[in-house]
Every structure is written in structure tokens, then in C-alpha cells.
Design a protein around this ligand. Structure first.
Ligand code: ADP
Ligand code: MG
Length: 293
């Protein structure tokens, strides 16, 4: 490939809302046959809202929102924003949280008014030996069957509530996935979220292959497995939890609307966070390199 032709390609990329780290990136873009897409914030808007609060006996909705809202207030995760905003809307100002800790892809913990509070997925509660009663387990199952995400809230070793949050697909995602397919690429949805929520979004986007309930460190393993099968993998993501997979992929595409960690790990940035730019990038690289001997 001649440097001149490649640089023309990168200039055109800027017009299309694609930032390319170096001209050599286009070379790997051309060979890609599989596109792994992160769900939250990539295929979906990432703007979640708090839809339901299911409380266990012995506590109240206001108490749960007070503690959960305070803990999630310190997290950047879209789920956390939904919970903190939803709590503030319902009960007003939230107390301060101390000793906040984020466990990527699992949940958060903090001390609020002297009480150690946990918010996160069931596997995270299991790490803390928290018990979950039948009613809450049912609320979780019902939420997930509808494609929503259930977040448990716990303190003193007992799950106190299930908060139901949901996200919506970006209006451009289905068109982008159709565009990827038209280029002969195989789309795969990859998410830490539950299988029901993943399936709902995958169906709406037109993606058949889904890998759900994947821990952040396992996202890299999924990319490696596809590569071991002989696939040339592009990964598209926005989160801190996507950074390692973006680096591992043959081509990492980060959402310009995403975290700095993802943008640094990617080879290429979709400036407007519109997945259709990924289709443009691949088409552009094929066209640019197609003209080069
Ligand atoms: P995705 O791969 O879809 O971007 P993540 O890997 O960030 O999702 O998160 C996976 C799961 O971990 C979430 O669906 C949620 O159950 C749980 N989780 C992550 N962060 C939080 C948080 N701040 N509060 C509650 N639950 C969380
Ligand atoms: Mg994400």
C-alpha cells in the first residue's frame, strides 16, 4: 500500500466522522470478517431509566432508593445514572457515600450512613454471600424475560430490593447491522448483561449471534476464541470494560461518545457514536485499498 493513497483514505474518514489512529489501520479494516458489538452504549443509547422498584419485606421503597441512589451516585455506569437520577426524582436529595468501590461488570459497594450497601448483579451478591428471597428472584426473572436489567440492592447480608432498569436501541443500529451484513460481515452481540436483555436488543438490531453474561475480563477471551477460529475480528465498544477487547481485536472501533479508556484502546473512533460510521469505515478501507497495487 502506498502511504499517499492511505492518507487520502484517512482524510475522507474525518469527513465521515471517523478518526483513524494511523494509515496502517485501514489495512486491518479491509480483512475483517466478524464484527463483535458491545451492547450497552454501543448498540443501545446507554441512557437507561429506572422503571420499577420491588422491595423485600422489612424495608421501604424510600429507604432502598436512599441507599441505592447514594451508592450509584459515584458510578459512571449507565445503570448507575438511571438509579441515581430515578432515586433523586422520587425522594429528592441523596445522602453522601464513603468508601465507594466499583467492580467492573458486576456492581458497586459503598458505605452510606454507616451501612455497607451493595448494588449489582446476582453473581456479585453471591461473592458477598448475600441471600436473595424468592419474591426478589421472581422480580428479577420477570424483568429479564421482558428484556430489562435487574439490579439487586443489599445490606447486612440480605438482598433488600430489585431495581428494574431498561435501555433502548439506537435508532440507527438496525440499519448499521444490515450494512455490516451487506458487506459480508458476521455481527456478534457481546454483553455483560443478562441473556434476556441481550436477546431483546439483538432481535431489534437484527443480530442472531449473542454472547451474554460475560465478565469484563472474559470479553477479551471471546475475541481471542473467534480469532483462534481463524476469524479476523473487529470489536466495537464504548466502555472501560471493553478496552482490553478493543486492544485484542484485529481492529478496535471505539464510540466517540464513550469512555477515554475505550477511545485510547481503539484503532479508530466513531466520532458521533453512530454505528453506521463503522460500515462507512469498512467500505472506505476496501475502496481505498482496492485502488492500490
Ligand atoms: P455491558 O457489557 O452491557 O456494557 P457491563 O459489563 O458494564 O455491561 O455490566 C454487566 C452487568 O453488571 C450489568 O448488566 C449489571 O447487572 C452489573 N453492573 C455493572 N455496573 C453496575 C452498577 N454500577 N450498578 C449495578 N449493577 C452494575
Ligand atoms: Mg458498553
Amino acid at each position: 500500500a502506498t502511504p499517499t493513497a492511505l492518507l487520502v483514505g484517512t482524510g475522507r474518514g474525518a469527513q465521515l466522522g471517523i478518526l483513524i489512529k494511523g494509515p496502517e489501520v485501514l489495512e486491518s479494516t479491509r480483512r475483517v470478517d466478524t464484527v463483535v458489538l458491545d451492547k450497552t452504549g454501543t448498540v443501545t443509547t446507554g441512557r437507561m431509566s429506572l422503571l420499577e422498584v420491588h422491595v423485600a419485606s422489612g424495608t421501604t421503597e424510600a429507604e432502598v432508593l436512599r441507599f441505592a441512589g447514594a451508592v450509584e451516585h459515584s458510578s459512571e455506569h449507565p445503570i448507575a445514572k438511571a438509579i441515581a437520577d430515578g432515586a433523586r426524582e422520587r425522594i429528592g436529595e441523596l445522602p453522601a457515600a464513603e468508601e465507594f468501590r466499583n467492580s467492573e461488570g458486576l456492581g458497586v459497594t459503598a458505605v452510606v450512613e454507616g451501612r455497607a450497601v451493595i448494588a449489582g448483579r446476582a453473581a456479585f451478591l453471591a461473592d458477598w454471600s448475600v441471600t436473595i428471597d424468592e419474591n426478589l428472584a421472581q422480580a428479577k426473572a420477570a424483568a429479564e424475560a421482558r428484556g430489562a436489567t435487574a439490579v439487586f440492592v443489599a445490606w447486612d447480608g440480605v438482598a433488600r430490593a430489585v431495581l428494574v432498569v431498561a435501555d433502548t436501541i439506537k435508532p440507527t443500529s438496525a440499519e448499521a447491522v444490515a450494512g455490516l451484513r451487506a458487506l459480508g460481515l458476521r455481527p456478534v452481540l457481546l454483553t455483560g448483561d443478562n441473556a434476556g436483555a441481550a436477546r431483546t436488543i439483538a432481535d431489534a438490531a437484527g443480530i442472531t449471534e449473542v454472547v451474554a453474561e460475560v465478565l469484563p475480563e472474559e470479553k477479551v477471551a471471546v475475541v481471542k476464541r473467534l480469532q483462534a477460529e481463524g476469524r479476523v475480528v473487529a470489536m466495537i465498544g464504548d466502555g472501560v470494560n471493553d478496552a482490553a477487547a478493543l486492544a485484542q481485536a484485529d481492529l478496535g472501533l471505539s464510540m466517540g461518545t464513550g469512555t477515554d479508556a475505550a477511545i485510547e484502546a481503539g484503532d479508530l473512533t466513531l466520532v458521533r457514536g453512530d454505528l453506521r460510521a463503522a460500515v462507512d469505515a469498512i467500505r472506505l478501507s476496501r475502496r481505498t485499498l482496492g485502488t492500490i497495487k
